[in-house]
Ligand binder design. Structure first.
Ligand SMILES: [Mg+2]
Length: 195
């Protein structure tokens, strides 16, 4: 079992399909990494307006888009926006992640199940890492074409390339952590301390 976990961890860090897709995007399809909309984070997305414009549902990347990496809970400051999204789109919301729900990384399905339990959003199970793969699993879940769905993520060459290649409306957020992670942890800690 440890080998599977190690392999899953390594392959999450070294995204081979991602690197090869990245190479092809860098060479000939740079426009695929350009989102339709760019926002600092999901609080800047007007869910009601997207619905009025005919979109049927929303697909979120997980790490650095709605949770801090490896966390199974929504990053606190985004809670209200997620609730608003749920009130607008009902059950037509899902997570499509290269960690939870990706068979290679989450081989016993435990991360997807734990995440669904804590955030109350369906996690789509899939076998091919973004940006490779089709929208088949997502379209099956939503029962509509990907062109009627919104893909929200923090990585241009993963989430946005995947979304554009498959016909979604793509929304790029800034990553919640990365360089800012200590800041987020500090902010989170500060909030807790003041409670
Ligand atoms: Mg991400």
């Amino acid at each position: 079992m440890w080998w599977k976990d190690l392999r899953a961890t390594l392959s999450q860090r070294i995204n081979v399909e991602g690197i090869s897709s990245l190479a092809s995007v860098l060479v000939k399809d740079q426009h695929l990494a350009l989102p339709h909309v760019l926002v600092p984070d999901i609080r800047y997305i007007d869910w009601g307006e997207l619905q009025r414009r005919g979109f049927k549902g929303v697909v979120f990347d997980k790490d650095n888009t709605i949770t801090v990496p490896y966390s199974l809970t929504i990053w606190d400051p985004l809670d209200a926006s997620i609730e608003r999204c749920k009130s607008v789109f009902g059950n037509d919301i899902a997570v499509f992640s290269n960690s939870a729900g990706l068979f290679e990384y989450d081989h016993d399905d435990s991360k997807a199940r734990a995440l669904e339990k804590t955030i109350g959003i369906k996690v789509i199970r899939h076998r091919v890492k973004k940006p490779a793969g089709t929208a088949e699993e997502i379209e099956k879940h939503f029962g509509c074409k990907s062109s009627q769905l919104v893909m929200v993520g923090d990585r241009p060459f993963t989430d946005i390339v995947y979304g554009n290649q498959n016909g979604f409306l793509t929304v790029l957020t800034k990553p919640l952590s990365l360089a800012e992670e200590p800041f987020i942890v500090r902010q989170h800690q500060g909030k807790k301390d003041s409670e």
